[in-house]
Design a protein around this ligand. Structure first.
Ligand code: RTP
Length: 155
């Protein structure tokens, strides 16, 4: 069971306000579904400054911190939890680098954006931060443990 928990992780993802405004939500979900990951939680919400300051607590000393909080609260975001084998690590690769200019074509940031301050998606950078972020944005009963019929063809 412990092995399952460590390898079979959940990851927190947010389509940022620019991603929602630019109608990229469906495309982003499509990529994770097609890869074989399972959607276990999702909601459209307006993040409060308070939530965002907590979410980005590690970056509080950075010069871009206030601008980041303002950008992330400028419109609705789509918060999601995805589950699967090595999902945290793989999803970071699918996102690309923080700066879209360093992101390869084929990644989400490599394909859909140009500037670090408008990089359309957030993804947890470790299993530990995924757990912290999931508990910040989701209540326990907003996450679903459901059986996917295609799962036998993925694992
Ligand atoms: P994220 O948390 O959004 O997935 O991004 P990340 O791990 O790739 O990057 P991180 O260093 O945690 O930065 C969080 C977000 O802050 C914005 N940022 N702006 N130089 C800048 O103006 C700058 N650097 C970072 C980006 O929106 C980045 O995703």
């Amino acid at each position: 069971i412990i092995l399952c928990l460590t390898i079979f992780a959940n990851v927190f993802k947010t389509v940022k306000p620019d991603g929602v405004q630019r109608k990229l939500v469906g495309e982003i979900i499509r990529r994770f579904e097609r890869k074989g990951f399972k959607l276990v939680g999702m909601k459209l919400l307006q993040a409060s400054e308070e939530q965002l300051r907590q979410h980005y607590w590690d970056l509080r000393e950075k010069p871009f911190y206030n601008g980041l909080v303002k950008y992330m609260s400028s419109g609705p975001i789509v918060a999601m939890v995805w589950q699967g084998l090595d999902v945290v690590k793989t999803a970071r690769k699918m996102l690309g680098e923080t700066n879209p200019a360093d992101s390869l074509p084929g990644t989400i940031r490599g394909d859909y954006c140009v500037e670090v301050g408008r990089n359309v998606i957030h993804g947890s950078d470790s299993v530990q931060s995924a757990q912290r972020e999931i508990s910040l944005w989701f209540k326990h009963d907003e996450l679903f443990c459901w059986e996917e019929c295609s799962e036998h063809w993925i694992y």
